[in-house]
Design a protein around this ligand. Structure first.
Ligand code: SF4
Length: 338
């Protein structure tokens, strides 16, 4: 049975070409604006049409397999099942400035970042636009309202799933869907330079977040294999270009790994390479995961690093720790709930 969830209006019109065009519009509104999953509830369609549609089609987003709530109630991690049996993780974070959802873009990840749990089993497959949209709709249903912001920062490298990602974002933005402003979306990348340039040219003003994690090529290549393909110089130039072209400040993520990249000398070098950029630095104290041997930084090291950047012309923040007790924090997603 063909699934209509995730189709654009044009695709719905093609699929339902035997019907007058306005029917596709009505059905799109029911699926996306009203969140209906059954044709029977589409009261403005003739009864006979509702029955015919239900015989040929389904409206299916994601299915909940498991849910974990953090002790403070601010973070919820959902394990969602997909049609082929794959499972993905989605995290809802309730901030004081609004509700945010962190979605996955792939099942697994091939990028091999040394501090990350999501890459341990490699890449299984890309998610479709419909599956990514399904993550957002699932959380909207839990909240009973549309989420305030979306970060594509869960499992996977979104820019390695470029076409489906852009399709999903454009669909989200459509009036017949959620009409969501691109400014409410952040895309996080480990640094696929050609894709950053392509994203700049899409003219969709999403916020770009670049995982930096080291202030020099040697250390970055040791932590993130992608750096051997696209070194710091080209990555920083692409980030700067993105900020200049879109007017959107780029966020550089920096995981602080105890004794690895968290000294004042690292902060000094970081401030130097980011000097003059329209950028923020988001410091993320490492969240321990059993499969990785890194240690968290000391509180003293985090404060010192933060202070150094902010007193040397770099706007830095420390990411508020959320969801570590349910393995929902940054770098802890791995779809393993046993
Ligand atoms: S940090 Fe992101 S890009 Fe790197 S391995 Fe993990 S999921 Fe993949």
């Amino acid at each position: 049975m063909k699934n209509l969830f995730g189709l654009t209006l044009a695709e719905l019109e093609t699929e339902l070409k035997d019907l007058p065009k306005f029917r596709a519009k009505q059905i799109a509104a029911h699926i996306y604006k009203h969140g209906l999953k059954s044709f029977d509830e589409m009261n403005d369609l003739p009864k006979v049409l509702r029955i015919e549609l239900a015989e040929r089609y389904e409206i299916k987003a994601a299915e909940l397999l498991k849910r974990l709530d953090s002790a403070d109630g601010l973070t919820t991690k959902f394990l969602l099942g997909l049609a082929d049996g794959a499972a993905i993780e989605v995290v809802l974070m309730r901030h004081d400035y609004g509700d945010s959802v962190c979605i996955s873009s792939q099942v697994g990840c091939q990028m091999g970042c040394k501090f990350c749990a999501s890459t341990l089993k490699g890449l299984e497959r890309n998610l479709t636009a419909a599956e990514m949209l399904g993550e957002i709709f699932f959380v909207n249903e839990v909240l009973g309202k549309v989420v305030d912001s979306i970060v594509v920062m869960g499992t996977g490298e979104p820019l390695m799933n470029y076409d489906e990602l852009i399709k999903m974002l454009r669909l989200l933005h459509e009036d017949y869907c959620l009409g969501l402003s691109y400014r409410k979306v952040t895309i996080s990348t480990c640094g696929i330079v050609p894709a950053i340039k392509k994203l700049r040219d899409e003219k969709i003003p999403v916020t770009l977040s670049i995982s930096l994690h080291a202030p020099d090529d040697n250390l970055r290549s040791a932590l993130m294999p992608i750096n051997s393909a696209f070194g710091l110089k080209s990555l920083l130039a692409a980030g700067d270009d993105y900020a200049q072209s879109t007017g959107r400040r780029v966020t550089y993520e920096y995981i602080l790994l105890g004794g690895v990249n968290d000294t004042e000398e690292h902060a000094r070098r970081l401030a130097k390479i980011l000097s003059g950029q329209l950028a923020n630095v988001n410091l993320i104290p490492f969240n321990p995961i059993v499969e990785r041997t890194f240690s968290p930084p000391t509180n003293h090291a985090v404060k010192k690093f933060f202070h150094f950047l902010n007193t040397h012309g770099i706007n830095a923040t420390i990411r508020k720790e959320m969801g570590a007790d349910v393995n929902a924090a940054c770098g802890q997603l791995k779809a393993n709930w046993k």
